[in-house]
Design a protein around this ligand. Structure first.
Ligand code: UD1
Length: 364
């Protein structure tokens, strides 16, 4: 029986592996799940396993936080051991976090082929660690599984052969569909004291937004102004929380909160009037749910959320520019359409690709 090794490490990985593991377990295949431990807090990791019904990992490398080199090296070393032990026919990595590239690199050096779920996304901004992780992981992968057609084009442009590329659709939407009816929408909104369509959501964690006091202050000024009229819920990533504490700026209107669980986020996103974020996943989820999204970044690796969806970039993070963008986008999102393959059935298509690939010559 073919043996598959799946790797997750950080929060945005969990919703990508959950539907695929469920699908592949359902086919009776031999699947081993490794958690690198890049994210380890209850609300950055365990709560997602619970909400998404992911079974406990077979192995946890416990790598934790550190500089990019430290973290990547710890995953590389830990994964080499696991890969030698399990000797899978295929390693499956998702997304663009440090755990993704490190696991892929460990595998190819052992001549174990890699499949990359969410391949081909490019922001063009090489100062983002995720962009480097995306480019390199795709170069290493025997199978590049893309969520949108622009991904195929990016890969072809980088010299990756057509035989390695499969358009499969967006697996995030599988998790969204799985959860949107299970989330307690009314209860969650009531618990946070907000009414449907009468509040906004904020998430920020990119170094480019939160690591410079001046940029962060300008963004907070804009958020405070918006929150005078529209309640804003701001579940903060640990990195952001630390920066906000260092800044020592009290927030009067914006409601700073601990990170949401996945089901809380789905419930609150579905009922939100607008989202202000620098997250990749929220750009997609807001497009899928038709909620206007302001992305506080100068680039996106998910341009389809702009051309087809509800997303708009806010490249200038000054207070005035954010307020302008907010004023013009708030009631937008009409006319948005669902991109091809964002239908909640991506996991099945990926499993079909694996089944077919196993019949072939399994090139690394
Ligand atoms: C990582 C990903 C990023 C993704 C984000 C989502 C990389 C390069 N970046 O960034 O693409 O959007 O996850 O959350 O892989 N921390 C905790 N508890 C945790 C995890 C982190 O307190 O469970 C704190 C630590 O102080 C740590 C910091 O957050 O140093 C950053 O964590 P790290 O995993 O290095 O990167 P993220 O910013 O989370």
């Amino acid at each position: 029986m073919p043996r598959f090794l799946h790797v997750v490490g950080a929060r945005p990985n969990f919703m990508k592996i959950a539907p695929l593991l469920r699908e592949m377990d359902g086919r009776g295949w031999d699947n081993t799940l490794v958690h690198t431990g890049q994210h380890y807090d209850e609300d950055m990791s365990a709560s997602f396993f619970h909400d998404l019904d992911i079974r406990a990992p077979d192995v946890n490398l416990g790598v934790g936080s550190g500089t990019h080199a430290t973290q990547t090296a710890a995953v590389l070393t830990g994964m080499e051991r696991v890969l030698e032990d399990v000797r899978p026919d295929l390693l499956i990595v998702v997304g663009d976090v440090n755990s993704t590239i490190a696991a892929a690199l460990a595998a190819v050096k052992l001549h174990i082929p890699v499949a990359h779920v969410e391949a081909g996304l490019r922001s063009g901004d090489r100062r983002m660690p995720e962009e480097i992780n995306r480019i390199l992981t795709d170069q290493l992968s025997a199978l590049c599984l893309t969520p949108s057609r622009d991904g195929d084009e990016n890969l072809l442009r980088e010299g990756i052969g057509e035989d390695r590329i499969r358009f499969v659709g967006n697996i995030m939407i599988d998790s969204l569909h799985y959860s949107v009816h299970r989330a307690d929408k009314a209860g969650t909104l009531a618990r946070y004291g907000v009414s449907r369509g009468e509040y906004g959501l904020v998430t920020l964690h990119r170094p480019s937004n939160v690591d410079h006091a001046g940029t962060l202050s300008g963004i907070l000024d804009a958020l405070e102004r918006i929150a005078e009229d529209l309640p804003l819920l701001f579940p903060a990533h640990p990195r952001t929380k630390a920066r906000l504490e260092a800044l020592g700026r009290p927030l009067q209107h914006v409601r700073l909160l601990d990170p949401f669980t996945y089901l809380e986020m789905v419930a609150l996103l579905e009922g939100a009037a607008v989202v202000l974020t620098d997250s990749g996943g929220l750009q997609e989820e807001s497009t899928a749910l038709g909620v206007p999204c302001l992305t506080l970044r100068s680039t996106t690796e998910r341009p389809i959320t702009i051309t087809q969806g509800t997303n708009v970039l806010v490249p200038d993070r000054s207070t005035a520019a954010i307020l302008d963008a907010f004023a013009s986008q708030r009631n937008a999102g009409e006319g948005a359409t669902l991109p091809d393959g964002w239908d909640g059935r991506t996991a099945g298509r990926i499993a079909d690709v694996f089944a077919e690939w196993l019949q072939g010559d399994r090139a690394v």
